[in-house]
Design a protein around this ligand. Structure first.
Ligand code: CS2
Length: 495
């Protein structure tokens, strides 16, 4: 590859009209540090922030941090001066736009000194996060930080060189308090229920284990607004690199593919200020809960269900899966009959229209969202996505057959073998334990269900001892043992 053809700041002037959102880019200073610089953030918050600065100014450029020490990602992005393209893939065409908001990329633990220098800087007024569920190091039973987590235990012993999210946030907030600098706002953008409040509890409980005065100061002074984030963002493929190249005439090694749709609902609590996200389509509200639950329980729950059924039944992507008519009908009725009735939404939110829009988004043939990507980290995803709805319905004495099929498909998926005999890897922070539970249980549906219900990180004592749930799961696994496609067909016929 020849250097001149690489996407970088000096090459921006050569781009044709429309490839950047506005020509008068103010070159803002860094105002946001973002932990977890994955594709989702680059196609979501970074895009909103770029548009907000174009609309209303402000120094809100972003420093992105990889917590996994991914120096290749850092170096690739920095060799492009932080620039990358967003490749929006809609059913009717592709739109490629270069994003300029990312100013700096750091890889922990290598760049610790620079990270803490920025986190101490008064101009950094927001620290946002997309670190996925497992990045919160949360004990699911209490909601506090998991003191048994190896990274947390290390950070508590070595608070000056933290590597976990609570460790980094508490060290940085402590340094600001000591220097008399107002705290930054901490903005969770992950798919957790009550993500702001959950992160606050994790951070405060971690701080309490170190320094109770600091914990009290954080509780009093630091805002943790909750958010609902939504945009389907697959991993980057060579097809995306080629699309970016042909659109820009420049080589971009790290473009981000995504769907055209995007949504961001944010609790408006930013004592230190925020970009004008409300000017560019984000909804700033007093209470995110109804939006967040609707999204987790409708979108993410059906995504996970589609992913596990597809891994077993041999559908590689979401659009392929949803084009199998019984699958579409199963997912449609799961949302209509089992999920939507558990939601309380504002009068302006039409749940059935939301369902239909989701089915259309899933059917987008241009996106190629891989089921294996969604199937990762089930131990973290199943509780917020499916188990809350199941608890609500059980308490009301209502049917849960389709929801149980989703959870049962996860159990069977953990065997690591699809219906056609092909093997795949289980990618989950609890993979070892789950695999041994599932293998120890053998083929009997009841043994598999009992082994999995015993997993306290996933199922509360109350849920695990619910006989209706147990029976529904056994029935689901029994059907799945005969093959996922036939189980889907059968479930799609249920009234
Ligand atoms: C998906 C989500 O990978 C997954 O588990 O369900 O990332 C989903 O695509 C986003 O939440 C959509 O906003």
């Amino acid at each position: 590859m020849n250097n001149e053809s690489r996407l970088c700041r000096d090459a921006l002037a050569s781009l044709e009209e429309g490839r950047v959102l506005g020509r008068d880019w103010p070159e803002p200073a860094i105002g946001i540090v973002h932990l977890g610089i994955g594709n989702f953030h680059r196609a979501h918050e970074a895009v909103y922030t770029e548009e907000a600065m174009l609309a209303a100014g402000g120094d809100w450029a972003i420093c992105g941090v990889t917590l996994q020490g991914d120096v290749t990602k850092r170096d690739t992005l920095m060799s492009q001066d932080g620039l990358y393209s967003v490749v929006e893939r809609g059913p009717t065409g592709v739109k490629t736009t270069v994003v300029r908001t990312l100013r700096e990329v750091l890889a922990m633990p290598h760049d610790r000194v620079r990270l803490f220098e920025l986190l101490a800087n008064a101009n950094v007024r927001i620290v946002s996060l997309t670190v996925t569920e497992k990045g919160y190091c949360r004990d699911p039973a209490s909601g506090d930080v998991d003191l048994a987590h190896a990274g947390v235990a290390f950070d508590l012993k070595n608070p000056g060189e933290p590597g976990t999210v609570p460790g980094i946030l508490v060290a940085a907030l402590g340094a600001r308090r000591d220097a008399n600098v107002a705290p930054f706002t901490v903005l969770s953008c992950d798919n957790l229920s009550h993500n702001g409040a959950s992160l606050r509890q994790v951070v405060c409980s971690y701080a309490r284990a170190l320094d109770t005065d600091l914990a009290a100061w954080i509780e009093r002074e630091v805002a943790f607004p909750s958010t609902m984030v939504d945009r389907i963002v697959p991993s980057t493929t060579d097809a995306d690199r080629d699309a970016a190249w042909s659109a820009l005439g420049l080589r971009d090694e790290v473009p981000v593919p995504c769907e055209p749709f995007r949504q961001w609902v944010i609790e408006d609590h930013f004592p230190a200020g925020r970009p004008a996200w409300d000017r560019v389509g984000a909804q700033l509200v007093d209470d995110v809960t109804p939006f967040e639950l609707a999204k987790l329980r409708m979108l993410n729950a059906t995504h996970s269900t589609l992913a596990y059924l597809s891994m077993l039944g041999g559908f590689a992507t979401i659009d392929e899966a949803i084009s199998f008519a019984p699958m579409r009908s199963l997912i449609h009725s799961m949302m209509t009959h089992e999920i939507a009735p558990t939601l309380t939404v504002p009068p302006t939110f039409n749940v059935l229209a939301y369902r239909d829009a989701l089915l259309d988004r899933y059917a987008n043939p241009a996106l190629k969202h891989r089921c294996a990507q969604i199937a990762m980290d089930g131990s973290q995803k199943i509780p917020p996505r499916l188990l809350g709805t199941i608890s609500t319905r059980l308490a009301r004495g209502e049917s849960i057959a389709r929801l149980a099929l989703g959870v049962g498909a996860w159990f069977v998926f953990l065997r690591g073998v699809a219906d056609d005999g092909s093997a795949y890897t289980i990618n989950d922070p609890m993979a070892e334990r789950l695999t041994s539970l599932v293998q120890g249980a053998g083929n009997s549906p009841a043994s598999l269900v009992d082994a999995m219900l015993g997993c306290r990180e996933v199922f509360s004592v109350e849920l695990a001892s619910n006989e209706t749930l147990r029976r529904a799961l056994i029935e689901a696994v029994a059907q799945l043992n005969k093959g996922a496609r036939s189980a889907i067909e059968r479930a799609s016929l249920e009234p």
